[in-house]
Ligand binder design. Structure first.
Ligand SMILES: Cc1cc2nc3c(=O)[nH]c(=O)nc-3n(C[C@H](O)[C@H](O)[C@H](O)COP(=O)(O)OP(=O)(O)OC[C@H]3O[C@@H](n4cnc5c(N)ncnc54)[C@H](O)[C@@H]3O)c2cc1C
Length: 539
């Protein structure tokens, strides 16, 4: 008999967004946090550069807002941008209070003693960081706090299969009641019920062959919320990081933008700088411009990679500011204090996601979406560096406040049927899953990548349709497994990305198509996809 567990709040995901929500809720609330692998594994852990916030007396909220709007290429929601920026300093203080050790600088009196870096798109130094391993400092500190809280129950190595909603089970009033969750070790599908549910499952960059993201970033929350009737927006805006280390043993190791912020120069294989030919801001141009320039030069020259060079700065400065990158490259035989780093672009960040309001509520009552899984209106057509961790923290706080206010008025969910695995048989062709994983990620890279065309999108459309059909059939007949669930979610996400890209007949922000190379002012609105099961909220 499958197990049922009951909580006040169920949080799917244990990155900055999920853990901040768990910690922001009061200790009398019973909470479950579900994490696909060990608690710390997610994009948060790998974030290097830092978190943006107005901390310097010479900076201003208006300037942070303006820079974000500029990067977002006309598609940010100005009210949401303002909300996030205004909560910036308090969010950093909260992290500090939790015990996160940010890099200090005794001389930075105007910045309250924090060492601030400057990254692409920012007109001021406003990125607080813990050397070049900010995410690790944030994630491990929050993890320690969460593990010490008796009201927080952890389900590690459990993957959410699908959300349970009233509408699917004909239970009124319609709301999110919990999720079915597969125990990856035991193989059992458990029923986790809760008065409120939050998806904090991160982004979807694993839909591409090359990505800076860890394996967990398969867009599960976006796919689950879409299947549960929530609208999804701006999925055409996938951000490609310009500089991932190019090395056979280190495909997903990222070289932070802060390295360019501190004077790193991009070079062709012959040592020639090229960024000034593409943008007057050169290496400090927003990352989509840098990624496209690298893609262009690599294709033009048939080069396997280009180079990023910081070796002209003093060696002790480089080692002090970029200890992780220095150590990792050295392990692979590259001394960044003396030679340039080989780099390629890779899928990095999902700007779109599940549509949410200012309190992080989705279209399904009782369901919240926070962090990279969500579309909040902050990023528009392009995310500015270091705004995403801030977004996780701010909307975790908003969701916690909303949940706390509503908790007394929402009864525990009723009993629901357990997961039914009676009709499935043992798989006879598991190769379908591994083959389709490869195929999907490769054609998404080739046809829906940094530079798109109508023809490439049509090709991708046909392949997505075929794969979806095969995967749905397989899903209905065989037991669920981690790989199968991720593949099913990836193909749903690929479908949403292609649909959104086909609707946007212009080039704007991260969406660049050779068929419509210019921005079209009449298309200055988000791309919102509406599922068949969508119902407008009444509360
Ligand atoms: C290499 C790298 C560097 C970055 N650098 C920066 C930076 O310097 N500054 C910045 O602001 N941003 C940076 N980003 C982006 C930022 O790290 C992410 O946007 C942010 O950490 C996302 O946090 P999150 O909590 O939404 O998701 P994540 O941290 O990705 O966590 C997702 C969680 O969801 C869980 N999960 C997923 N699916 C399921 C499922 N089906 N069931 C159960 N659990 C599930 C995962 O196990 C994980 O616990 C970087 C990203 C990367 C990859």
């Amino acid at each position: 008999m499958s197990q049922t567990h009951r909580f006040d709040v169920l949080i799917l995901g244990s990155g900055a967004a999920g853990l901040a929500l768990a910690l922001r809720l009061p200790e009398f609330v019973s909470i479950a946090v579900v994490s696909k692998r060990e608690l710390s594994e997610g994009s948060t852990y790998y974030a290097q550069g830092g978190i943006s916030a107005v901390l310097d007396a010479n900076d201003s909220m208006d300037s942070h807002v303006e820079d974000t709007l500029e990067a977002g290429a006309g598609l940010c929601d100005p009210e949401r941008v303002k909300l996030v920026v205004e909560h910036g300093p308090a969010s950093i203080r909260w992290l500090f209070d939790q015990g996160v050790e940010f890099t200090r600088d005794a001389k930075a009196i105007d910045a309250g003693g924090y060492h601030l870096t400057r990254e692409g798109g920012h007109t001021h130094r406003r990125v607080v960081h813990a050397a070049d391993a900010t995410g690790k400092a944030v994630e491990t500190t929050l993890e320690e706090r969460v593990r010490s809280r008796p009201n927080i129950h952890l389900f590690e190595r459990h993957i959410a299969v699908d959300l349970i909603s009233g509408r699917k089970l004909d239970i009124e009033p319609d709301r999110c009641l919990g999720a079915y969750v597969l125990d990856r070790q035991g193989g059992e599908v458990k029923t986790l019920l809760a008065r409120f549910v939050a998806v904090a499952t991160g982004g979807a960059s694993k839909v591409y062959l090359y990505t800076s993201n860890p394996d967990v970033s398969t867009g599960d929350g976006i796919a689950m919320a879409w299947r549960a009737g929530c609208r999804v927006a701006n999925m055409e805006f996938m951000q490609f990081h310009p500089t991932c280390l190019y090395h056979p043993q280190a495909r997903t190791f990222l070289i932070t933008e802060a390295l360019r912020g501190e004077g790193g120069r991009l070079l062709l294989p012959n040592g020639e700088p090229f960024m000034p030919r593409f943008d007057e801001r050169a290496e400090l141009a927003p990352r989509d411009i840098v990624a496209r320039a690298i893609d262009y030069e690599m294709k033009r020259l048939g080069a396997e990679c280009l180079y990023l060079d910081i070796s002209h700065r003093p060696a002790d400065f480089v080692v002090e500011h970029f200890p992780t990158i220095h150590a990792r490259c050295l392990e692979l035989g590259i001394d960044i204090t003396r030679e340039p780093i080989p780099v390629v672009p890779a899928a990095h960040y999902t700007c779109g996601g599940v549509v949410t309001d200012e309190m992080a509520r989705t279209d399904l009552p009782g369901l919240y979406a926070i962090g990279e899984v969500a579309y909040t209106g902050l990023h528009g057509a392009n995310r500015m560096a270091s705004n995403s961790l801030l977004e996780c923290l701010v909307f975790a706080t908003q969701a916690a406040a909303d949940i706390q206010a509503r908790l007394p008025g929402v009864p525990p969910p009723p009993d629901v049927p357990p997961w039914d695995a009676s009709r499935v048989q043992e798989p006879d062709e598991a190769v379908v899953v591994s083959h389709n994983w490869e195929e999907l990620r490769r054609f998404m890279w080739d046809y829906v990548g940094i530079v798109r065309t109508n023809k490439r999108l049509q090709r991708a459309r046909r392949r997505v349709d075929l794969l979806r059909h095969e995967i749905i059939e397989y899903y209905g007949n065989f037991p669920v497994s981690n790989d199968l669930l991720e593949l099913r979610n990836l193909v749903d996400v690929a479908d949403l990305i292609v649909q959104s890209a086909q609707r946007r007949c212009e080039s704007r922000g991260l969406h660049y198509t050779l068929d419509f190379p210019l921005r079209d002012p009449s298309q200055r609105q988000p791309t919102i996809l509406i599922p068949d099961s969508y119902r407008p909220r009444l509360d």
